[in-house]
Structures are given as C-alpha cells and as structure tokens.
Design a protein around this ligand. Structure first.
Ligand SMILES: *Cc1c(COP(=O)(O)O)cnc(C)c1O
Length: 335
C-alpha cells in the first residue's frame, strides 16, 4: 500500500491538536560566547515531562480508536514519558518497553506516571520487538517513537513556531536519532522557507540515520552508552517514513563526540544557566567545535532536560566521567 506523503497541512493539523498543551515554548538567544552568529535556543526543556516528545505523543493519541484497550511503545525514555503522561489523564493503559541502556532517572519518571515498564535487552531494537509483540498478544495500539506520520507531524509543529517567531532564520540545527523530530521540523520549515539550511546532528558512535542515508537503506548500528542517550538506537530495519524524509530534507548530517557534548552541557549551564540532556546540546556542540559554521541567525532545539542529575553535577563540576568504555578526563569550565 503506498504511503500518503506528509505535507505542511498535516503539521498544521497537529498544531491544532496540541494547542494549549504542548506548544509555544520560549525561543531565547544563547549567551555562550564565540558562536559566531546569533544562536537561538528553542526551549523544549520547558515542556511538561521535560522533552519535545509530548507534541508527537498528543498528536498520535488524539487519533486513537475510541475502543483501544491501551497503548504500547518502545522508547529511549522521553517518548515513553510523553505517552504515559496523557495516557494517565485519559485513563488509558500504557506499556513502555525500554532497553537496559535507558538511564534509571528516565525509567523512574515513567513508572511514577503509572505506566507499565518492561526492560528488555541492550538495544532500542530489542525494546521495539517487545513492543510489537504486545500488539499481537494483548491487542494494544503501538505508538512508535519516530516512524509514524502523526508523531512526525506533531514534532514538526516546532518548525512552524520557529519560523513564525523568526522568519529571518538561515540555519536550523536539529538533534537527530530516529529522525521524527528532524523529518517533521525540516518538512514544516522548508515548506515555509525553502532556502533554509537544515542540519541533523547525531553523536559520533551509533549514528544510525547517517549510516542509513549513506547506505541508501536502513542499517543496524551498534549502540554505545553516550551522554546523548536519547539519540541511541537504530531507525528500524523496516523504516517507512523518516529515512526518506531525512534523506530528502536534511542538507547535511554532522556528528559530535562525547567531549564536545560534555563541553556544550557545561557552557549552556554556565552562560545560559540551563540544564539540558546531552542529546539536547548536540546542535550547540556542532557550532562550538566548528563542525558547523553559521552564515546568519541560527536556531537549535534544546530537546529535553531529563538528564541524570548525578552525572550532570559531575559535568558542571568538571569531574572525571566514565561513559561506558570512554573515560573523559575532568575539566572545570573555562580551564
Ligand atoms: C527523542 C529525542 C531526540 C531525537 O528525536 P528523533 O525523533 O528520534 O530523531 C533528541 N533529543 C531528545 C531529548 C529526545 O528525547
């Protein structure tokens, strides 16, 4: 069955669904020195549940059949929380499947919302298999974290808000994992402003979308622990939507390493007084390292704030960090 292509109209429809519940986050200039150009931060960190994923989750839940016995999803943490929160309000059963790589703080946040949690395997793909199995055995409706037209349209509403606030933007830097965010935002933003430069940013190891675009088909990647834990996981070997959209709409994909992510989290804390996840600062990291050079006003999305506070405290204090097999020598900010 051919898939109906997503358009700006789908994103505009999603904007109506989420109005008053997950829209209108602030857009503020970063005070970090040396970025070269004005760099605006879209504060999805201020969303209920601490991440942009509520936009896609609300859009998908609004389309649920009225007799659905419940919903199931796989998640690196934030999608599960974004589903669990409105599901509880709706009195709907929610099951969230996650791998053992998901940080404890995120798992606890989901449990606290009353969702059922299943920890399966060591990768997002293992969690995705469990989620699909529960569709078959328990009749739950699956809400995928990124490869879903409604989820993509929901995330795309950020693109509408960015260009409504600042039509003069020349570059968008978008954290990139499964590509629901990047596909939706790029779709909306380029429909409004075709000449806009849109760059996806992933972490250096396990950058599934970049590898899949290069290969021309979805490829499996090894998942590693990372400060950008929300960017982990594959794009799904049966990817239907986000690979084609990211391939067609992103001008470039850039990778940043753990040191760059650590430095960006520190700088954001010291200059902007903000707490954000590693996944949220990859756009800043790409500019701070010079991997991306800006030619005009730019914006990035601070996608989430659900960082583990113990490691965040270590990062701002400049203490040594062990991230899986990677050791980062501590470095106090500005040293
Ligand atoms: C999910 C998530 C991303 C990546 O979004 P995709 O749609 O999977 O590309 C980035 N940052 C945070 C904080 C997230 O939760």
């Amino acid at each position: 069955m051919p898939i109906k292509p997503l358009t700006l109209a789908d994103v505009l429809a999603a904007a109506k669904v989420i109005r008053g519940r997950a829209d209108g986050t602030p857009l503020v200039p970063s005070q970090i020195p040396g970025l070269g150009q004005e760099m605006l931060l879209k504060l999805e960190t201020t969303q209920p549940m601490g991440a942009f994923k509520l936009r896609g989750a609300l859009t998908a839940l609004a389309a649920l059949p009225p007799d659905a016995p419940g919903v199931v999803c796989c998640s690196t943490g934030n999608h599960g929380r974004a589903i669990a929160y409105p599901a509880r309000e709706m009195g709907l059963r929610a099951v969230v499947c996650m791998s053992a790589l998901v940080p404890a703080a995120k798992v606890a946040g989901i449990r606290a919302l009353g969702a059922e949690v299943r920890i399966i395997g060591r990768s997002q793909d293992d969690a995705a298999k469990e989620s699909r199995a529960l569709v078959a055995t328990e009749g739950l409706v699956e809400i995928p974290p990124f490869d879903d037209a409604r989820v993509i349209a929901g995330q795309g509403t950020i693109g509408l808000e960015l260009l409504a606030a600042r039509p003069d933007l020349s570059t968008l830097l978008l954290p990139l994992s499964g590509g629901g965010l990047a596909a939706g935002v790029a779709l909306a933003a380029k429909a409004i402003k075709p000449g806009l430069r849109v760059i996806g940013i992933s972490m250096e190891r396990g950058a599934a979308m970049q590898a899949s675009i290069a290969a021309g088909h979805p490829v499996a990647v090894t998942e590693y622990p990372s400060l950008a834990d929300s960017l982990g996981g594959g794009i799904g070997l049966q990817n239907r939507l986000t690979l084609a959209l990211c391939r067609d709409l992103l001008d470039e994909v850039v990778l940043v390493d753990e040191v760059a992510i650590r430095d960006a989290m520190q700088a954001l804390f010291f200059h902007d007084r903000m707490v954000a996840e590693g996944s949220a600062v990859v756009g800043l990291a790409a500019v701070m390292t010079g991997a991306v050079r800006l030619g005009g006003p730019a914006a990035t999305i601070l996608t989430g704030r659900n960082t583990d506070m113990t490691s965040f405290a270590d990062i701002v204090a400049g203490r040594d960090l062990q991230i899986g097999d990677i050791f980062l020598k501590g470095r106090p900010y500005g040293a």
